[in-house]
Design a protein around this ligand. Structure first.
Ligand code: SAH
Length: 402
């Protein structure tokens, strides 16, 4: 079926870089066809567990990425170029404009490149390990309009720093902060460990579902905030919170779901493996004046085993695992904990299907699934589904008496 679609729907690709860049896998389909393809994929993978609603797409499926990254280097004639790495290689494909990236961010990157010769700023040369500028990362808060520019350089010695920053701010007054990140290693990672704030606060803020989140150069934040609101609002509706529940946000990252659930629940617990993300989650809670959220840095499965051992049972568990899905330990402890409701947010319907098999066998019913298109033009699709276990209270009491 898939093959047939690819041949019959072929048309002129909307982006001239599509083939070399490889970031947008569905360029050969128009937007309604992409939505149909994604919805169909979700239905094929999880339709056997329960009803799948029609996918929610974007009304304007362009320039949705609030985080843009460009690699800097030299072409064969030693001219400065900026763009993306050619798929599965380290060759830079020059790109000035991208269909899915924020347009302000793209313009700032082009401005920086055009300013470089005047300020004798060299692009980094990967072959020789010489030069200065390796990458530029721009993040923009769509709700707040705040813009962060991160210059990733091979060295902390930034000649003509002051006039460079003044000129950049004059050309782009929308920039609210500029950070120098030093990455002097041979590594595929964009950002290094050392940072120096050159202008502004060193972070930006954005508002999602009425909560404010701090975004620093290295912190994780959803890249399509418009659809993230749709996704999270759907997840909240599915959770059916009344204000009294104990909620667990497993794989909580920087606490977005936990903080959004906060006003609608009695108590919210968040668990996350990455310590930096937990630190951000705590800061985000403080920033929003939230007092009934608790965050813990731990393996989510281990944390739930502890909860089950203490007969501490949440009413609702939100789970938002990485692309690889959940692991056996997590699913086993979730079944042991046996919350009446689970809201599973997935960025990969294949691992979702695998995990649902286990939850289904453990007594959960999928009530409904809602696919949401978070990444138009790419092959990715997000799905949120609600699972319930009608007699889970009885089940846990029975288990405890064994
Ligand atoms: N819900 C968050 C982040 C989801 S991304 C948001 O929307 O912002 C998935 C998160 O799971 C990552 O932050 C990752 O660090 C975390 N993670 C991965 N394995 C984990 C595990 N075993 N236990 C807890 N968290 C884990």
């Amino acid at each position: 079926m898939e093959t047939k679609k690819k041949t019959t729907d072929r048309q002129a690709l909307p982006c001239p870089h599509a083939k070399k860049c490889g970031g947008c896998q569905l360029q050969n389909m128009d937007y309604p066809q992409q939505l149909a393809w994604k919805e169909n994929r979700v239905r094929q993978l999880i339709g056997r567990f329960g009803p799948v609603r029609p996918i929610i797409g974007m009304s304007t499926p362009y320039h949705y990425r609030n985080k843009v990254q460009a690699a800097f280097g030299l072409d064969g004639r030693r001219r400065i170029i900026s763009g993306v790495y050619q798929s599965s290689s380290h060759r830079i494909v020059p790109v000035d404009k991208c269909l899915i990236e924020d347009e302000t961010a793209d313009q700032i990157i082009v401005t920086i490149r055009s300013m470089m010769p005047d300020f004798r700023m060299l692009a980094y040369d990967e072959r020789t390990g010489t030069g200065f500028l390796r990458h530029v990362l721009v993040k923009r808060g769509f709700a707040t309009g705040q813009v962060m520019v991160v210059l990733v350089a091979a060295s902390p010695i930034f000649k003509l720093q002051k006039p460079f920053i003044s000129k950049l701010l004059a050309l782009h007054p929308e920039i609210t902060t500029i950070v120098l990140n030093v990455n002097d290693r041979f590594t595929p990672l964009v950002l290094g460990q050392r940072e120096k704030v050159l202008y502004g606060k060193g972070y930006i803020e954005d508002v999602l579902c009425g909560k404010t989140f701090r975004i620093s150069p290295r912190s994780f934040y959803q890249i399509n905030p418009v659809q993230t609101e749709v996704l999270y609002n759907t997840a909240m509706d599915m959770a059916g919170l009344t204000g009294r529940e104990t909620v667990l946000d497993a794989y909580c990252g920087t606490g977005t779901i936990a903080l959004i659930a906060n006003g609608r629940a009695g108590k919210v617990l968040g668990v996350e493996l990455n310590r930096d993300a937990v630190r951000d989650a705590i800061a985000n809670a403080r920033q929003n004046g939230v007092t009934n959220c608790w965050f813990t840095a731990a393996d989510a499965g281990e944390y739930m085993e502890d909860m089950a051992a203490h007969h501490d049972r949440p009413d609702v568990v939100f789970m938002d695992p990485p692309r690889a899905g959940s692991d056996e330990r997590f699913l086993r402890s979730l079944l042991r904990l046996s919350p009446p409701r689970v809201v599973y947010i997935s960025c990969n319907p294949e691992t979702l299907s695998r995990d649902l098999d286990i939850l289904h066998a453990g007594g959960y019913t999928m009530e409904t699934a809602q696919p949401v298109d978070m990444f138009p033009w790419t092959g990715h699709v997000e799905t949120v589904c609600s699972l319930s276990k009608p007699h889970s209270k009885h089940h846990i009491e029975k288990e405890n008496t064994l």
